[in-house]
Design a protein around this ligand. Structure first.
Ligand SMILES: Cc1cc2nc3c(=O)[nH]c(=O)nc-3n(C[C@H](O)[C@H](O)[C@H](O)COP(=O)(O)OP(=O)(O)OC[C@H]3O[C@@H](n4cnc5c(N)ncnc54)[C@H](O)[C@@H]3O)c2cc1C
Length: 294
């Protein structure tokens, strides 16, 4: 290591900079991030430079895509916050069915790029969640029941390790690192990730809502197990509105389930939530482009 490291060429913002407040802001407005510095790399080499610089000066490094999940980063007083939002390249290999995305890419960008080739990505419920943060944390997609977690559909990860090396980890190279990066915690700054895509262009999907009392004693697990390809999420909603108002409109509470199917269920009438004695108040299940769920 040289005696003195040059200041990285990439943008580094410090407290007092006119752009400081915008730079340190996370998507989650409840978190008041006060790092030592914020950097906005545009290339893997920028990340290498920043990690080496931080290491030399005894500073920590924390990566952030969108800041959707900013709270767990904790206090950042001795930390350079590496915000990857300027690393936005997406490329699709339609033959291999692989998407290569840089660290700052959000799901909408992958979903739209993949759809142009008749392919679907394992995106979650929010189009502006970061692909890297979502995937290295597991990543449960609307297609997850059929294809598994996003973390289990990664071909390769490019990452700058704590000692400032840019490495590519996959099933054959840096295998322990590849395993650890997929759900195991913070092992470096990911600069790009390669994900499998799936030949799904259409889903049968939508929202069901029914009064809570209609579902008393019903087995939601039975509904979820009806077909292996169904991905469903249950929301037990208890609105804060005055109870008399809710009674007038729906009920004192709603139980809603959102579900995605890869094909039309053979006999939807058999679904517990669609049974005749518990008709839904709202149902908008319909065929839709897979990209509409991304
Ligand atoms: C509205 C909403 C809907 C959601 N829907 C789903 C869903 O359907 N399925 C699901 O599984 N999850 C869902 N989530 C959870 C989401 O996947 C996590 O909050 C995820 O961590 C967000 O990733 P991010 O990159 O956007 O956030 P960030 O806060 O930027 O990052 C999250 C974590 O990943 C780390 N990280 C980010 N980028 C890098 C990088 N380049 N290198 C190393 N580490 C990095 C960060 O340090 C942090 O620990 C949802 C969240 C929200 C807010």
């Amino acid at each position: 290591m040289p005696a003195v490291l040059a200041v990285p060429a990439t943008t580094i913002l410090l407290p007092g900079d006119p752009a400081w407040d915008a730079a340190r802001q996370a998507w989650s407005l409840s978190v008041d991030q006060q790092p030592a510095a914020v950097t906005l790399p545009t290339s893997p080499q920028d990340v290498v430079d920043v990690v080496r610089f931080a290491r030399w000066h005894g500073l920590r490094v924390a990566a952030q895509g969108t800041g959707h999940n900013a709270a767990p980063l904790g206090p950042l007083a001795d930390t350079i916050l590496v915000k990857t939002e300027r690393m936005r390249r997406v490329s699709i290999d339609p033959v291999a069915r692989i998407a290569r995305v840089e660290a700052g890419v959000v799901w909408l960008e992958v979903v739209e790029a993949a759809a142009r080739h008749g392919l679907a990505a394992l995106a979650g419920s929010s189009p502006d969640v970061g692909v890297v943060g979502y995937t290295i944390g597991g990543g449960m997609s609307w297609l997850g029941r059929a294809y598994g977690l996003s973390a289990n559909n990664v071909e390769a990860i490019e990452v700058v390790t704590a000692d400032g090396r840019l490495v590519r980890a996959d099933a054959c190279t840096e295998t322990d690192l590849f395993w650890a990066l997929r759900g195991g915690g913070s092992f470096g700054v990911v600069t790009a990730i390669e994900l499998r895509l799936f030949p799904v262009t259409e889903v049968y999907a939508g929202l069901l809502a029914t009064p809570h009392h209609n579902l008393a004693g019903r087995d939601y697990g039975q509904f979820a197990r009806m077909a292996a390809e169904i991905t469903a999420a249950l929301a037990d909603l208890r609105p804060a509105t005055a109870p008399e108002e809710i009674d007038r409109v729906l009920s004192t509470a709603l139980r809603a389930s959102r579900s995605v199917y890869l094909s039309i269920p053979a006999d939807t009438a058999n679904m517990p939530v669609l049974a005749e004695d518990a008709p839904p108040l709202l149902q908008n299940l319909a065929h839709a482009p897979a990209a509409a769920r991304g």
